[in-house]
Design a protein around this ligand. Structure first.
Ligand SMILES: Nc1ncnc2c1ncn2[C@@H]1O[C@H](COP(=O)(O)OP(=O)(O)O)[C@@H](O)[C@H]1O
Ligand SMILES: CC(=O)OP(=O)(O)O
Ligand SMILES: [Mg+2]
Length: 311
């Protein structure tokens, strides 16, 4: 938020007469049913402090829903989708009858899928393993203030994920290393690297990061497929990784054959054709890639407001 507000200040300074319009990346998820967005905690605390699942990447999901609806020539209200927005921050959304029904990020983007520097969902007690005063856990608020939990939160948000395992935030590099040619020399180097600090990109660390990501993605697809009662019109890949990694798409889709998704057309998967939405396999359950565009979604939502066109 600090970075965001700094860039807003820059805009106010450089373009003082321009209208400023704010978009909430959470707005798309306001349709998530109460029991899904609610946390199993004291409800009076939750309500008073606004503690619930908000979800993120909403602008991207809005763009994807509209684009897929146009591509399939079906109304958004008739569509059930499982959408994977896989970028530096990654999330999954179950769209039921054109509305967000569940999503993997929560109160903050740290929950759900792991990402470039985020841990994703973990056992919450893990944060106490990052504090040096964990033995002081207590209901006494004065003692609790010494726990340095904010540092643990920083570690889970900014010092975890791919960066913490491989030393890089670039998933493209991770894929190259995990699938690249294996050489003996490289393996020797890896053995040395394992005990090294900070973490380095080796075949072992790259494969671990890749397999963790795949495993967590499958957790959500399985869960959302069931929640949508197997009535899924399309699985959609989006975001930098979803759009550019044929390896990850192939790994995910191979597992999905078990729940009735079609076999991926490997030619189409390797060379995704032109267009905002591209089909990778034709069947009742489609597998699509969508080149998402959050900026265009904001511009489109602005352009749709009559008040901005009045003289
Ligand atoms: N060819 C590729 N294969 C796999 N991942 C890729 C490839 N090209 C880019 N990426 C990854 O896409 C991610 C960035 O995606 P993007 O949606 O732009 O993220 P964000 O908006 O969250 O910064 C980076 O992790 C980058 O490494
Ligand atoms: C919420 C989030 O992770 O955003 P981004 O994909 O831009 O990192
Ligand atoms: Mg992004």
């Amino acid at each position: 938020m600090a970075q965001l507000s700094q860039s807003s200040n820059h805009v106010f300074r450089t373009s003082p007469i321009a209208n400023s319009i704010a978009f909430f990346d959470t707005a798309f998820h306001c349709t998530i049913p109460h029991h899904i967005s609610s946390l199993p905690i004291d409800q009076s605390v939750a309500t008073k402090r606004g503690l619930k699942k908000y979800g993120f990447h909403g602008l991207s999901y809005a763009f994807i829903l509209r684009s897929v609806s146009q591509f399939l020539q079906r109304s958004p209200e008739s569509l059930n989708l499982i959408v994977l927005h896989l970028g530096s921050g990654a999330s999954v959304c179950a769209i039921k009858e054109g509305k967000s029904y569940d999503t993997s990020m929560g109160l903050t983007p740290v929950s759900g899928l792991p990402g470039a520097t985020r841990s994703g969902a973990i056992d919450p007690s893990l944060i106490f393993h990052y504090t040096n005063k964990a033995e002081k856990i207590t209901h006494d608020p004065n003692a609790a203030s010494n726990l340095h939990v904010t540092e643990a939160e920083h570690i889970l948000n900014s010092k975890s994920g791919w960066k913490s395992i491989t030393g890089t935030t670039d998933f493209g590099e991770i894929v190259k290393c995990a699938f690249g040619p294996s050489e003996e020399e490289e393996e020797e180097e890896e053995e040395e690297a394992e005990s090294e600090d900070p973490p380095r990109l080796t075949r072992t660390t790259a494969t671990l990061a890749y397999n963790i990501f795949l495993d967590r993605i499958l957790n959500y697809i399985g869960s959302y497929h069931l929640k949508l009662r197997a009535q899924v019109d399309a699985l959609v890949f989006a975001g930098g990784i979803g759009e550019k990694s044929p390896e990850l798409r192939a790994s995910v889709c191979k597992e999905l054959e078990a729940i009735g998704f079609p076999r991926l057309d490997e030619g189409k998967n390797q060379r995704v054709g032109e267009g905002v939405v591209v089909d990778l396999a034709e069947s009742d359950k489609r597998i699509l890639v969508c080149r998402t565009d959050e900026q265009l979604e904001m511009a489109r939502q602005c352009a749709g407001k009559d008040e901005f066109w009045e003289e």
